[in-house]
Design a binder for this molecule. Structure first.
Ligand SMILES: *Cc1c(COP(=O)(O)O)cnc(C)c1O
Length: 364
């Protein structure tokens, strides 16, 4: 019998996450040398991993016969001190992706709703659907979250509101005052998930810790995948009210953060120099990409993150054209005239802009 006939019915329509295309795959498909392919598709750190993190990961490999510390003791302690919060306020995930899913696990199910922006991070919708709950997608004029409209979309069935600032893929961000007012406006039985995956790229990221201390149901999520350059190791975390953290812990698998990842993340937190260089590289690269787009008369959304959301005619065609020339960007099925370009090194950005220029020239 077809297994779909005895699977959970809501799963049969579950969309599948489409990741950025790997370098090896593009090289294979287009007959290119992988060394000449630039991946600007997944907002990864173009400087590579922090060298300190790499050394710690190599050392940790020696002991992978042992299970990891299921409590992430060292990492928890370091981050709790850094953030000046209690150990009992932290939860780690296999990427912050898992923390978002844990929130969905705990608070969403059939008959409940989650509110999100229509151009918000796609994982919110996937996690909501996975739990059999209803995603309520709020329009985003000018690709910005409309906080008043999101508040208005909250109903007695709403259990979670998802919001990224800076947002992926649009790069738009909200001020601390806006986020605080929004959080305060929500009912006390609605979890506000503020996704801070790109907060480290901001000069001064909004800080919702005082609201959490005050007792508001706020979960902030962060990741080691972006500025810390450890996307392949999969570590992210959430910080929240202790009772919410305890619920999230109930939903997570034992040993969800592997030993190599834990060691690397601890070391990455100590590599302030790498984080500073990453921020500076990004700031310069963002300027370079934006100036290049203005030159090419391509509209873009001003970005607070490590990528640029650019309006390109026939994005699906551009995606293929750019790959032939060794640049992988990220198209979006529901946005046929936009691509997202991760800020790379100066050389990667230069090649990307030259390839975009060639693409535009090929169309006239
Ligand atoms: C990249 C990203 C994440 C999570 O990435 P992980 O690798 O799972 O930590 C979460 N939210 C947003 C908005 C992102 O862009």
């Amino acid at each position: 019998m077809d297994a779909a006939r005895f699977a959970q019915p809501h799963l049969l329509n579950q969309p599948v996450y489409q990741p950025g295309k790997p370098i090896a795959q593009v090289a294979r498909e287009f007959g290119l040398d992988p060394a000449g392919v630039d991946k600007l598709a997944s907002n990864e750190n173009p400087l590579g991993p922090s060298p300190k993190a790499l050394a710690a990961a190599a050392a940790a490999l020696q002991e992978v016969n042992l299970y990891p510390d299921g409590s992430c003791w060292d990492l928890t302690g370091k981050l709790a001190a850094r953030l000046q919060i209690g150990r009992d306020q932290l939860v780690f995930g296999n990427g912050s992706n898992e923390v978002l899913e844990l929130a969905a696990h705990v608070f969403l199910g059939s008959g409940t709703e989650a509110v999100m922006g229509v151009h918000g991070f796609v994982v919110y919708k996937l996690a909501t659907l996975l739990m059999g709950a209803k995603p309520v997608e709020v329009p985003m004029p000018d690709f910005r979250h409309d906080l008043a409209a999101m508040r208005a979309a909250v109903t007695p069935r709403t259990r979670v509101v998802f919001l990224a600032s800076p947002n992926n893929p649009t790069g738009t961000a909200h001020t601390e005052a806006e986020l605080v007012a929004f959080a305060r406006s929500l009912p006390e039985d609605v979890l506000f998930v503020l996704d801070e995956a790109y907060a480290e790229y901001q000069d001064r990221a909004p800080d919702l810790r005082p609201l959490i201390a005050e007792g508001l149901p706020v979960l902030c999520t962060r990741t080691f995948s972006k500025i810390y350059g450890l996307a392949g190791l999969r570590v992210g975390y959430g910080y929240t009210r202790p009772d919410i953290a305890a619920l999230l812990h109930r939903a997570r698998a034992p040993f969800n953060i592997n030993a190599v990842a834990q060691a690397a993340a601890v070391a990455a937190l100590d590599d302030a120099d790498f984080v500073r260089r990453s921020r500076e590289t990004n700031r310069a690269g963002l300027k370079q990409l934006a100036a290049g787009c203005r030159d090419l008369r391509l509209d873009y959304v001003p970005s607070a993150a490590n990528f640029l959301f650019v309006r390109v005619p026939d994005a699906a065609q551009a995606f293929v054209f750019l790959q032939q020339r060794g640049t992988i960007v990220r198209p979006f099925g529901h946005l046929p005239d936009h691509v997202r370009i991760t800020v790379g090194t100066t050389g990667q950005n230069e090649r990307c802009l030259a390839n975009l220029r060639a693409y535009l020239a090929s169309r006239v």
